[in-house]
Write a protein of this length. Structure first.
Length: 296
């Protein structure tokens, strides 16, 4: 664990009760996973973190190269074969009140733990999901598309998913359209047509989603950008979700109903294979920023 670039023990890893991230969920964050021991798509994650910070007017004064080097160094120091990293930037400590100017010094928190991806059987057999009607925290605001720390919607959605033994909740908006998962992006195949909700719908533009779109372009797979109606998904041939930790995961049951033939579909299999080839390319091309981190 690191606070503002300084390594701390779990017992020392504390922030003030006046930190706005705690008081108001006034923060942004990124979830980063490693491949072959290296933070995957690190530059893209840091750019998205900065973009999220800009959307909510958090002044992320530290430069991208320094942030990247801190993350890489933390991975090395962790000693984990593979890592899950959560990088959070709060607006910092301030007096009680909603005025953002009450805080002037953002706080960044980096947590590094061993990476645990879903079991192999989840990819081979698929998982289940439920639908959850709600509105995203930042939806219809100027912060739409930012990865903000207020995850109450996702928390409540997953609370509803758990009793149904579901692994994800698909978010359904006020127009009865499915926009994304609680913690993932959505892809749906109808016959030969693959669709995914567009960024204009206020979704979080996922890093893995972008890689899947790159795979689709290389493979001449046409992708349509629209939010499907929830009722449409009952006739979907394939549904799969994407995220940094789960990567590409097939949904074979939705709201208790079988999707397609109840097994991961052929397009999922094709895209997943080609995705891992692309991962190797990206790793070979990725710059290195490693430096020794400052220890406390």
């Amino acid at each position: 664990m690191y606070i503002d670039g300084h390594r701390v023990s779990e017992a020392e890893a504390k922030i003030s009760v006046f930190d706005r991230g705690l008081l108001y969920g006034d923060s942004v964050f990124e979830t980063i996973a490693t491949h072959a021991g290296r933070p995957f798509m690190l530059v893209e994650h840091i750019r998205r973190l900065r973009h999220s910070a800009e959307l909510v007017y958090i002044d992320l004064s530290i430069d991208d190269a320094t942030l990247c080097s801190e993350v890489e160094s933390a991975v090395v120091e962790s000693g984990n074969p593979e890592c899950y990293l959560r990088l959070t930037v709060t607006r910092g400590i301030g007096g009680l009140g909603l005025d953002p100017s009450l805080s002037e010094n953002p706080c960044r928190i980096l947590i590094v733990t061993p990476l645990q991806r879903p079991a192999l059987e989840a990819y081979e057999n698929g998982v289940s999901a439920i639908s959850y009607r709600t509105q995203r925290t930042a939806e219809s605001t100027q912060a739409s598309g930012a990865k903000v720390g207020n995850y109450l919607v996702a928390v409540l959605a997953m609370r509803q998913a758990k009793p149904a033994n579901a692994n994800e909740a698909l978010i359904v908006n006020s127009e009865d359209r499915v926009v994304e998962g609680a913690t993932s992006n959505l892809f749906v195949r109808f016959g030969q047509a693959l669709i995914t909700p567009p960024e204009s719908a206020g979704i979080l533009p996922g890093i893995t989603r972008q890689l899947v779109l790159e795979v689709a372009e290389r493979s001449k797979i046409t992708v349509g950008f629209r939010c499907p109606m929830l009722s449409e998904l009952s006739s979907a041939d394939e549904i799969f979700i994407t995220s940094s930790v789960r990567e590409i995961l097939p949904i074979v049951k939705l709201d208790g109903r079988i999707v397609g033939d109840g097994r991961p579909g052929p397009l999922f299999g094709q895209i997943r294979r080609e995705y891992y080839s692309l991962v190797q390319e990206k790793l070979a091309q990725a710059p290195r920023f490693f430096r020794a981190v400052t220890t406390k």
